[in-house]
Design a protein around this ligand. Structure first.
Ligand SMILES: [Fe+2]
Length: 376
């Protein structure tokens, strides 16, 4: 099955890799993989690709700018003309940055140069159902300890090659954390001030499927036919949520989560999902602080639409069901330190200017109070 969006071609089935390489005109590939690669069910098909390739795996789970530079050097030294990325968000993000920087001046910091489309074809093969990175124009890397959001239309992978079989061997916790990321991305995109009719359609499909299936996807059904259908549905829904945030970007729960991840080492999806219900609750209680130009009534209707996609009759019920779902997945709040200095550190990490996509205004005081609820 093949779908063409405005930005890329999405193809289902690892067996299509050779024809995608041919379509890309690849003669030498940089293969970007993470440490999970040797254990993947698709490892053999990737290793047998009919084009010479060089492996690049010298990067950390939260990739550094220096890692990307090494990847650019590797790409140029070996005269590669295409990139295949296999992995979770990190591999795909590193590959996107290599694509973006490989034709720039290596003697000047890439982050300070004006970027243009390098024209290098990129095939992204996601190995989790979560970030949707295979369909977005964003990549996250770290420079001198600070998170850098790389954002360029040209880094949307040329092809997203989807193979749900890779999900069968994911550890339970990773399944849960990544699926929660996808669910939160679908919800946040839906209420984002940047949402459009098109993005909301994508969010609606993604949230409905993820909400309905997340428990069975994480814990299994004991029936292999059901499980292969579940894997395919969840992978597709996570990709739709990725397509939605590609149009709208994420909002406050993502902005709040980054410091929880770096301070307490809580994986990304889990950290976002811990923040989302508390922030949603606050937004329901404060429609007067709506900053979406479409108005507070419009926003409340959006909250009702999201609740409905979650099988709930009110947004309040949806918040409660979301928290109950986290408990039933055994994904309770992993942070219960609530020390005054932690709250201060967390609050300082969220720049209110960065919350401009969030439909309800959050003052510095509100951010502090919310963090107190989140890490209590
Ligand atoms: Fe995310």
């Amino acid at each position: 099955m093949t779908t063409k969006t405005n930005f890329q071609t999405i193809v289902w089935g690892i067996s299509h890799l050779p024809e995608l390489l041919a379509q890309a005109g690849a003669t030498k590939v940089l293969l970007v993989v993470d440490a999970s690669f040797p254990f993947l069910s698709i490892e053999k098909q990737v290793q047998e690709m009919p084009v010479p390739f060089v492996v690049f795996d010298q990067f950390s789970p939260n990739p550094l700018y220096e890692d990307v530079c090494k990847g650019v050097d590797c790409f140029c030294q070996h005269k590669c003309d295409a990139i295949v990325a296999v992995g979770g968000g990190s591999s795909i993000d590193v590959a996107k940055c290599i694509k973006l920087y490989c034709r720039l001046d290596p003697s000047v910091n890439y982050l300070q140069q004006e970027c243009v489309d390098s024209g290098i074809p990129l095939i992204a093969i996601p190995t989790t159902a979560g970030t949707g990175s295979e369909s977005t124009r964003f990549a996250v890397i770290y420079f001198e300890g600070k998170k850098q959001s790389v954002n360029h239309l040209s880094i949307i992978p040329t092809f997203a090659l989807m193979e749900p079989e890779v999900l069968y061997t994911l550890p339970r916790y990773q399944k849960a954390s990544t699926a929660l990321d996808a669910l939160c991305q679908g919800i946040e995109s839906w209420w984002s001030v940047n949402s459009t009719a098109e993005s909301q359609q994508l969010s609606k499909k993604a949230v409905g499927v993820l909400w309905k299936n997340i428990r069975q996807y994480v814990d299994g059904t004991g029936n292999s036919v059901d499980e292969s259908q579940l894997a395919a549905s969840v992978m597709k829904a996570a990709n739709l949520a990725g397509q939605a945030i590609n149009l709208t970007q994420t909002t406050a729960p993502h902005a709040f989560s980054y410091k929880i991840t770096s301070l307490f080492k809580v994986p990304h999806g889990h950290a976002v999902a811990v923040c989302l219900p508390k922030i949603w609750q606050y937004m329901i209680a404060h429609p007067e602080l709506c900053i979406d130009p479409r108005g507070k009534e419009y926003l409340m209707n959006v909250f009702y639409d999201i609740a409905q996609a979650m099988g709930c009759s009110t947004p309040q019920q949806a918040v409660e069901e979301f928290e109950a779902m986290m408990m039933s997945l055994a994904m309770p709040n992993p942070v219960s330190k609530n020390r005054a200095d932690d709250i201060q550190l967390l609050s300082q990490s969220v720049n209110p200017v960065r919350l401009k996509n969030n439909p309800v205004q959050l003052s510095q005081e509100a951010i502090g109070s919310l963090y107190e609820l989140i890490v209590s």
